[in-house]
Design a protein around this ligand. Structure first.
Ligand code: FES
Length: 83
C-alpha cells in the first residue's frame, strides 16, 4: 500500500493510498482539492503534481505528449491521473 505525503496549499497531509488507485483520486479522497477537468484522460494537465520522493512509475506516451507541450514545468512533474 503506497504511503503518500502531499504538500498542499493548506498544509502537509499523509495517508496510505489504496493499491492500484489513481493518485488524483487518492488525493481527492483524502481532502486535497485537486482539479482533474478532463476526467483523467491526460489532456488538461490540471491534475499535475511534482513527485519529490519515490517512484511514480514509467510515464506513458499520452502523459509524455501533453507534458511536452508545457515548457515551464519542473522535470519531476507528473499527471496524478496517470499515476
Ligand atoms: Fe486531466 Fe489529469 S485529469 S490530465
Amino acid at each position: 500500500m503506497p504511503h503518500i505525503i502531499a504538500e498542499t496549499a493548506t498544509g502537509t497531509i499523509s495517508f496510505e493510498a489504496e493499491t492500484g488507485k489513481k493518485l488524483v483520486l487518492a488525493l481527492e479522497d483524502n481532502g486535497v482539492d485537486i482539479l482533474h477537468r478532463c476526467g483523467g484522460n491526460a489532456r488538461c494537465t490540471t491534475c499535475r503534481v511534482e513527485v519529490v520522493v519515490g517512484d511514480a512509475g514509467t510515464m506513458g506516451p499520452d502523459e509524455q505528449a501533453i507534458l511536452s507541450t508545457k515548457g515551464d514545468l519542473a522535470p519531476n512533474t507528473r499527471l496524478s491521473c496517470q499515476i
